[in-house]
Structures are given as structure tokens and as C-alpha cells.
Design a protein around this ligand. Structure first.
Ligand code: 5AD
Ligand code: SF4
Length: 600
């Protein structure tokens, strides 16, 4: 990121994130924090590179001037074609920003957004000349993309850092020093605490600071800790094409918005990922188009039939609102779901989720479109209608309820009652017959009584979700619940309630999934089943895993041809059995999405 942009963003972010500091200022702060090293004289790596350090140190002391910002703001600098690096700040050279073939090992924790962020971070580092490794032992840089949503997620990272500390200390002196970075939500939430507590960490980059990674790593080369935890109002990485790292040749995730304005009282996300902002529609469509063409044209993938599924990603994916261009503000505004309200002032204008979904689904009729994670408040009729009408938009909706008790929902500041939520479920089921539903629930939130808990149990029974994600409440600092409510449910009670919810969810999901027995499902094949080399697996429209024997079948588009299914093929599978998580059946034929639909 350009330093001037950095300053501007810092100014705009002050209200939201008063602790965030401009990156090059924070760099100086971090020097003070790394006092042990500084006062004890240069570290081994610093001594090793003493010349570099002195040079760096004197350049840093001089610091950027106001003239520098003006100069580099007005004249766009020419960048080398490969590797492609940003303009360096005055205390670094272009060469300092280069990866010079150093190997990066990336490890991802938490949600799908973090997987996508890992791809973005890697895309940025690759352009700077870094190499990727999947072997920790040969890594020169280890980056952990972290999650803060629950205490347990953070504990996993602290434990991992403990292991990495010993890897770092055992590193041979003949090799370049190992650098360790914390990226994402935990970097944002704990900031200096990580640098102080874990001296093994060299860099911190918050979720909006990945463009700054080459600079942070360059600074770390001097043996200093460096951090950028600045939150942004407009960073969507719209122009960074993520390097898809998943081995899947069938599916990809496309980030469409970042951040969250909902401020549910238990949730840390608005504090770690910042304000809600949407990526411009045009850049999303371009990425989806590229993904659809890229695989089809790739000679290496001639043996498979190509990328067939895109999942639109965002913390509040259906609150999408592209107002990147003034004329979009005249767009017809859409309503909230009936009976739902927001914790923030109503927003106006912009291109909304229904528009985006319509456009994305028109790109390739053979490409399935999914989206996650939505908020129940943003399901106006036009979104439901579109999902119903368009063959390639999956009839699967994640509808996080969090609790079945209106009293608890109010304490959670979810903006709806149990009744409004149940009414929405009925409306969705009427609008999209056969829709698959999933949800998130939290057990043991502040003040939850046994009666409240039983209401959640009864909601699970009433709705019969096909899939569910259930968690014990984990109190998070900074949140409204932390400041205003008491985390008064004992741990063993939370866990007992969680167990009860899991049991009921499984029973109900088994019932719901058994309704597929005897039906024919359109399945997108993903690969060989992990449990049996003679079975394939894929997913139905509702995202349930379907397992079936890998046998020859008829290809309906080439009559008389017998084929075996490949990843990326659509096949029809007759379902013979179901559990809470999977369906099993036998394959009928290979087909296309356009030509066939699931039926009972
Ligand atoms: N404790 C437990 N679960 C939480 N979630 C979010 N914050 C917390 C918390 N503090 C759950 C919610 C959310 C999902 C992504 O994580 O159910 O929908
Ligand atoms: Fe957290 Fe609520 Fe935002 Fe979801 S909608 S990310 S639960 S604050």
C-alpha cells in the first residue's frame, strides 16, 4: 500500500479502530517493544548482517518526509514487471521488498474467509518473488493465518507458536534466519500483546494489511518486529487475484465483501475485520469469468471436465452493497426480511446481493453458485425468487439462528425474535420448495436459562436443519457482552447443553436427510471417497456429501457412450440410505446441470 494511502486510511479509521496505528509509526513502536534484543546488542542475525542493519537503521531514523508522500502521490512510479513490488518507503529499497526466492509456509486456521485470505496473502508474496513450500522444514518464512472467534482458536495458535519457537532456535546458522508472522484476526485483536509475549514473532499483519506483507518482511530482515494492524474502510483486495491453493478442480471461493456492521453482542468479528464493505460487482464478475475459463482452457486439466462451482464469500454475504460508483446510489433499494431489524442506521442505494447473484449465475449455466455466510435479516423476496428460478443457484441456505429463545436473541442483539425467524423459515420453504437449511447455534450465552436452552432444542426440532454448526459460548473481550453482560453459565453446563444440542441436531438431520431416500440427486463429483477406493463422492445441490460406487455409466449427452465419472462431472445418483451427514446411493448416468434436475 502506498504510504499516503496508509495515512489517509488511518485518519478514516480512527473512529472505528482507535488502537490501530499507521504502519511505519508502529514499526518504530515495535523497536521499543523489542527492548530485550535492542538493549542486549545486535542479535546473531543482526550481527551477521551488520552492514545491512546500519544502513537500514540510518535510513529509518531519517524517516519519510511529507515531500515524499506528495512526490510519490503525484507521480505513478514504474514498477518492474516480474517480480512486481510496490514503491518502497524511504527506509527500504526495491530490492529489500523482494522475496529473493525465500520459501513461505502458510498455515490457515478458522473459517473459509481465512482460506481465501491465505490465497490473497500468497498472491501478494508470489508477486514479490517469494516461493511457496508445503514443507515446514524448508521454510524461510512461516505465516499463520489466524482466527479469534473463540478462545480455543487462539489457544491453538499460542501452542503452535510455542512449537515454532523451538524450530526457530534450532535453525542452522548457515541458513537465513527463520521469520514468523501472525496474520488475520488474532494479529488484529491482540496486536502488541503478541509481540510482547512471543518474541519469536517477527511480523503481524491484520486482515486489511496483506498488501504490506513484503514491506513487513523486509523490515523483519533487520531483526526487528514489524506490524500493520490498520483496519480499512475500503480494502476489498478487488484487484488481487487469489491463487487458488485447494486441490479441488471443481470449486472455488470468491470473496465479495469483507467486515461486519452487525455488532452481535457476543462477536469479535466487527473488531477484528472492521467495517462492512463490498467489492465492486465488475471485479467479482471478472474473477468468476476467469475461474470458469481458466480451468476449461488449462491443458493440464483436459482429463477433468472443469471448474463447476463458485461460492461467494463474505462475513455477511447477503448484505452486499456495491456503491463504488455514484450512479449505483439510484438503484432500487431492497427491504430487510419481514420482522428483522439492524443495529445500524439504514443504508441506502448501491447494487445489492440479488443483482450480483443474478449476474454471477448468468456467467456459466453449468457452474453452481453458492454463498456463505448470510445473515437472516437480508433475505428480501427478490433473492428468494432468484434462488428458486435459477437452475444453477443452489437451493441451500445457511440461516444462523444462534438461539431459539427470543429473550436470548435480544441479549445477543440479533435483531429478530424466534417468531420472526420461524416465519422466515416458512416463507423460505414456500418460496424455494426442497430448499436445504443449515444454521449456527451458541450454547450457554450470558444469562441463558434452562428454559431458554429448551427453546433452542425445540427450534432444532421444529426446523429440522440438514446441517448445523454448534458452539459453546466463549466470552470475547471488547464485545458488548463482555462489557455489559455476565458470562455466568458454568463451563460444564455450557458443554452439557452443547452436547444436548448436538444430539438433537443429529437426530433431526437424520430424519431430514432420510427424506432423500428413493430420490434422484444431481451430484457434482469431487473425487475418490476417502474411506473406500472403489467409491466416489460429490455433493448434491443442498451441499450434502453423496457417496456412490465408481462404476461405468451412460453419458446422456453422448448416447451409447459408457463413461466413468471424473471430478467436475455432474451425475445423477439414486439415494438408497442417509445419515445425519451423508447420503449414499448408486449412480444412474452422467449428465449436465442444464439438462437435469433432482427429482423424487
Ligand atoms: N462464542 C461462541 N460462538 C461464537 N460465534 C461467534 N462468536 C462466538 C462466541 N463468542 C459463532 C456464531 C457464528 C459462528 C461463525 O461462530 O454461531 O455464527
Ligand atoms: Fe459476528 Fe454477528 Fe457479524 Fe456474524 S453477523 S460476523 S455473528 S457480528
Amino acid at each position: 500500500m502506498h504510504p499516503l494511502q496508509c495515512v489517509l486510511k488511518a485518519q478514516r479509521c480512527l473512529r472505528w479502530a482507535p488502537l490501530a496505528s499507521v504502519s511505519w509509526l508502529l514499526l518504530r513502536t515495535c523497536r521499543a517493544h523489542s527492548g530485550v534484543r535492542s538493549s542486549a546488542g545486535p542479535s546473531p542475525e543482526r550481527r551477521q548482517e551488520d552492514g545491512v542493519w546500519k544502513d537500514f537503521s540510518s535510513r529509518l531514523a531519517t524517516g519519510p518526509t511529507f515531500q515524499h508522500f506528495l512526490r510519490s502521490a503525484s507521480v505513478p512510479q514504474e514498477k518492474p514487471s516480474t517480480p512486481d513490488v510496490e514503491d518502497p518507503p524511504p527506509y527500504l529499497t526495491v530490492d529489500d521488498l523482494l522475496g529473493t526466492q525465500r520459501k513461505v509456509y502458510l498455515e490457515t486456521y478458522g473459517c473459509q474467509m481465512n482460506v481465501n485470505d491465505t490465497e490473497i496473502a500468497w498472491s501478494i508474496l508470489q508477486k514479490s518473488g517469494y516461493l511457496r513450500t508445503s514443507n515446514l522444514q524448508e521454510a524461510d518464512v512461516v505465516l499463520l493465518v489466524t482466527c479469534s472467534i473463540r478462545e480455543k482458536a487462539e489457544q491453538t495458535i499460542w501452542n503452535r507458536l510455542h512449537q515454532l519457537r523451538s524450530l526457530k532456535s534450532k535453525r542452522l546458522r548457515s541458513r537465513v534466519p527463520l521469520r514468523i508472522g501472525i496474520l488475520g484476526c488474532m494479529a488484529e485483536r491482540l496486536k502488541e500483546e503478541i509481540l510482547n509475549r512471543e518474541k519469536t514473532v517477527d511480523i503481524l499483519a491484520g486482515p486489511d494489511a496483506y498488501r504490506d506483507l513484503p514491506r513487513l518482511l523486509a523490515v523483519a530482515e533487520s531483526g526487528q518486529q514489524a506490524a500493520n494492524v490498520l483496519l480499512s474502510l475500503d480494502e476489498t483486495y478487488a484487484d488481487v487475484l487469489p491463487v487458488q491453493m485447494s486441490p479441488s478442480v471443481t470449486s472455488a471461493f470468491v470473496s465479495i465483501m469483507r467486515g461486519c456492521d452487525n455488532m452481535c453482542s457476543y462477536c469479535i468479528v466487527p473488531f477484528t475485520r472492521g467495517r462492512e464493505r463490498s467489492r465492486p460487482v465488475a471485479s467479482i464478475l471478472e474473477e468468476v469469468r476467469k475461474l470458469s475459463e481458466q480451468v476449461k482452457n488449462s491443458p493440464a486439466l483436459l482429463t477433468v471436465s472443469g471448474l463447476k462451482e463458485v461460492t461467494l464469500l463474505g462475513q455477511n454475504v447477503n448484505s452486499f452493497r456495491d456503491n463504488s460508483e455514484v450512479q449505483f446510489n439510484n438503484a432500487v433499494s431492497t427491504n430487510l426480511s419481514r420482522g428483522f431489524s439492524t443495529n445500524y442506521k439504514a443504508k441506502q442505494g448501491g447494487l445489492r446481493f440479488a443483482y450480483l447473484l443474478d449476474q454471477v449465475s448468468r456467467i456459466d449455466p453449468e457452474m453452481r453458485i453458492r454463498f456463505t455466510s448470510p445473515h437472516p435479516k437480508d433475505f428480501p423476496d427478490e433473492v428468494l425468487q432468484l434462488i428458486h428460478e435459477r437452475d444453477n443457484i443452489c437451493k441451500q441456505i445457511h440461516l444462523p439462528a444462534q438461539s431459539g429463545s427470543s429473550r436470548v436473541l435480544e441479549a445477543m442483539r440479533r435483531g429478530y425474535s424466534r417468531e420472526a425467524y420461524v416465519e422466515l423459515i416458512h416463507h423460505i420453504r414456500e418460496s424455494i420448495p426442497g430448499v436445504s437449511l443449515s444454521s449456527d447455534f451458541i450454547a450457554g450465552f450470558c444469562g441463558e436459562t434452562e428454559e431458554d436452552h429448551l427453546q433452542t432444542v425445540s427450534l432444532l426440532q421444529e426446523v429440522q436443519y440438514n446441517m448445523g454448526f454448534l458452539f459453546a459460548y466463549s466470552m470475547r473481550q471488547k464485545t458488548r457482552a463482555y462489557h455489559r453482560l455476565k458470562d455466568d453459565i458454568p463451563e460444564e453446563v455450557k458443554l452439557r447443553r452443547l452436547e444436548e444440542l448436538i444430539t438433537v441436531f443429529r437426530e433431526e438431520a437424520t430424519k431430514a436427510n432420510k427424506t432423500f431416500v428413493g430420490c434422484t440427486q444431481l451430484v457434482l463429483v469431487e473425487g475418490l471417497s476417502k474411506r473406500s477406493a472403489t467409491d466416489l463422492y460429490g455433493r448434491n445441490d443442498g451441499n450434502l456429501k453423496v457417496i456412490f460406487p465408481d462404476v461405468e455409466m451412460e453419458d446422456v449427452t453422448n448416447s451409447g457412450l459408457r463413461v466413468q465419472a471424473q471430478p467436475g462431472d455432474y451425475v445423477l445418483v439414486k439415494i438408497t440410505s442417509a445419515s445425519s451427514q451423508t447420503l449414499k446411493g448408486h449412480v444412474l448416468c452422467r449428465t449436465t446441470l442444464k439438462d437435469s434436475a433432482a427429482y423424487c
